[in-house]
Write a protein that binds this ligand. Sequence first.
Ligand SMILES: [Zn+2]
Length: 695
Amino acid sequence: MDMFVRWAVAGVSSLAAVACDTPAEDTQSAAAPEPGVITVPAHEASRYVVLVGGTPIGAANISHDGNEIAIEYEFRNNGRGPTLNEAITLNEAGYPVRWTIEGASTFGNAVDESFSWEGDSASWRDATGDGSATLNGAAYYVPQNASPYQLAIVGRILLNDDDRTIPSLPGGELRLTHMEDLTLSDGDRAIEVAAYALSGSSTSPTYFLMEGEAFFGVVSPGFAVLAEGQESYDELLRSRAAEYGASRYEDIQSRTAHRYAGPVAVTNVHVFNPATQTRSDRSTVIFEGDRITSLQPANQSTPPGATVIDGAGGTLVPGLFEMHAHLGESAAALGIAAGITSVRDMGNNNEVLSNLIGNIESGRVAGPRVFRSGFIEGRSPFNSNNGILVASQDEAVQAVRTYAEMGGFHQIKVYNSMDPAWIPAVIAEAGTHGLRVTGHVPAFTDANAMIAAGYDELTHINQLMLGWVLDEGEDTRTLLRLTALKRLPELDLQSEAVQATIQAMVDAEIAIDPTFAIHEALLLSRNGQLSPGAVDYIDNMPASSQRQARTAWAAIENDADDLAYRGAFEQITAALTELRDRGIFMVPGTDLGGSFAYHRELELYQSIGMEPTEIIAWASQGMADYLGAGDELGSVTPGKYADFFLVPGDPTTDFKDLKTISMVVADGVVYYPAEIYPEFGIRPFVDAPEVSEAE
Ligand SMILES: [Zn+2]
């Protein structure tokens, strides 16, 4: 999903705009509102701009009429984004008592949400259906799809609440934490803003800013939403958000990362061997620092002074490789809890990712080893804003050189808005630096052309299959690359065109990164029904995740759409079965932030004929070899890095056992998911193993 944050908003010009209205101190002296009565400060902005990596991509317009608020909100990034219209009525205490939201979500699903609260009864309707509650006191309704201006509303309520904690609907509670005060100045005038963290509405807090009780904006490392006239503070405030995140994850790391001194013995385990795809007899694995030192029979004594972790007959599995990440700090930490000790990043805000990798390698925060891709995208009205944007072949070739000079990049990844004519030169230049090339199929060409041009790998199964169903001139930079999948049920996979492409892939030994699970979510998620990929973990998740897992991604207008998208997923499964049977190499990645989605990604490959043992070997040693790191990673072998995890069950017989993890060792640091998950509002799945000092 190319890293979208739900709270995106808006930008800035010179300060003047604010100054001439009402200098801040004036507002302070304005008549103080009656106790318990919350009002919108006169100097609050009425327009906010969405910025991604500093580029304006949309806006929110806010109008007030007494306690009535009307909001128009839209942004477009990478050819997609939400369009929403909201109408809100507040009571005197600033709580929404009526809220309607209409429009469309990022992937096109219709939004028709409403909330009302009268007396002690509240009711709402969102994409998952109807809900209601009897209230004994105030509660804040957390909308499923809303503009970030809701932070202004809930922010003012929490700022006026004694313990800055309030109950929320459909469930849970919201907490406000003051992060810091900031003085923003462009030399003419200084603005005093305070940064806050809102927690409880999803697995990670949201950071936003208030100028007194006026909403100033919301920030994340790659995104900023700021009152119009304040864009010049985008970079500063995004770097503050990165710091808030890093310090939060640093806290989590200090509570959950166990660095045991001396040798550590993991006893009573069956070690999965990717080479033989079998489990060992009961054994003991010993590691010290970041390296595995020995594997020994269970009856052999452990080294004196060793820390002993009792595996209680469970299975030790080599660390897994998420091959389609857009890594952020949350996915980094939750990935570790899911046994993902290495990722291949497929495009990011280069600076934000470098910062995160630095924090992971220094041990400041939890996270995987990262194999990077140099993301190159053409400038267009639909372009993504990751990586390096280019407007000519020369710039594209120069971008390859830039990544080669930066070093540490495994490959080049090209994207939708690249001009197909530039690709041969990009591939030639990449080759001179030993860089592989993968990517989407640029708009207005097809997979056949990219295979002929020399791609080493194709990204996303839809990018391959669209070439068989699109007409000349159709533009895949838009949501068409999703909606055109409705044509797949008519496609004959044995047809000459399809077979010719597959043969070309065989001849060119090109690989593919299907991202199977995101296609399942895109094509099979339906409003009010639990998404098939979420069944095994959803009950342990916070309310917002439970809601999201019962919401359609695509617009399912009628039964024909429903059937067409279900048929499309069957065709994707059939095509992947054919590719596998023809020996085409695949790599497992989610494009969904890893963690639980990665377990689902792997699980889905059983539906194309892969056995659990084959899948685990492929996702560990197979990917380590593919990334050229097979000597150091990929199996539980003395001398290799200590990257593995413990499951109480036996995933070689029942793949689902792989999803219940009691311990993870990443680069020699020991983690217990039972300690990590509560930090994200997730209920643990299994207790940590017994740990004791050796005699
Ligand atoms: Zn992606």
